[in-house]
Design a protein around this ligand. Sequence first.
Ligand SMILES: Cc1ncc(COP(=O)(O)O)c(C=O)c1O
Length: 406
Amino acid sequence: MSDLWSERFAAGVQQMRSSAVRDLLKLTEQPDVISFGGGLPAPESFPVEELAAAAEQALIDNPSAALQYGLTEGYRPLREFLVTRMAMLGIRVPAEQVMVTHGSQQGLDMAGRLLIDPGAPVAVEDPSYLGALGAWRSLQPAWVTLNLDDDGLDVEQLERMLASGVRPRFLYVVSCFQNPTGVTLSLGRRVRLLELAARYGLVILEDDPYGELYYEGERARPLAALDVEMHGELRHVIYLSTFSKQLAPGLRVGWMAAPPAYIARAAILKQGLDLHSNSFAQRVAYLTCKDGLLDRHIPVIREVYRARRDVMLAALAAEMPAGVRWTKPAGGMFCWLTLPDGINATELLKRCLDQKVAYVPGAAFYADGGGEHTARLNFSFSAPDRIRAGIARLGEVFRDALSEKR
Ligand SMILES: Cc1ncc(COP(=O)(O)O)c(C=O)c1O
């Protein structure tokens, strides 16, 4: 029987790998494991009452529309709402350039299907969001990886690559509080990136699920806003965002804003994928948000996550042995740990699980391999006392592993 299936799958599908995050999410179901693994929002932050009221209203006001097939591009009032929200960030686009997606993950999947041919170069940050890498791997791109530092991706390296004649189908950037590292692309590099896009005809896929979750300073200006400012229209950037971190990920409502030519093809593709996003969920998202909930709710989420980040950073400082380094993200949901060379985070995870604590080994986030001594820690999901306890457990395992090496 197994032969039937081993010969059945398309060539690209054989490149698919099970996601380390998905496997780990199973562990969060065991209450005694403190999991820093999944990228989960805090469930206490879901606006349950408001969502319940909106769900009822959607079904009472217009049940036949809420439960009926809808437009492929999405529910018009929701798209108009998103136009207004994005305009506040400087992303000025008409509703015709906005499409509602099934989470921003669908926007990533669609970008791959629309833009990647087997062997075509695709530029990604190294490390990068593993959900994007996973969505595209079966399409067999040639990865072009770009280094990251505290200011985001190395734009000079990108320039050298472009100048040498490499023409990626697109550059994928998580511009704010990157998953997995937590770093944010600096304004200077954003501007430089847009200049390079204009000079070399580069398409940028900007994935911005975390931009609103800033705990210091101001919201960073999206690349899409700079593109509009520079060209008077969205020209080089496909912008993705989502309600997953602002309302609840289970709604599966995200969106994209993109140049008209891209949206037109995306609409044809989406008809084949799912006809349209969930009519009911789109109405629930719209009715929940239309009277200003986000402006009241997002600051509450920021407060909770800022406190959890601070607890995690303080616990890391207190518990980690010498030689371990970590990022200090100004927002988002993740810290990125770098262990001393020679310590393998995937192997250590087994020992951590024995101690009932989990993280995502960093190697999964590298398109082309590497990063064995890195790990991603999520700080949004666990309550402060569990963060402290979990980091203490991690510190113990790391200390033992380091002393064994000496
Ligand atoms: C960088 C990034 N992009 C996209 C997604 C997917 O989000 P959504 O729930 O909107 O599909 C995530 C989820 O964690 C993410 O971290």
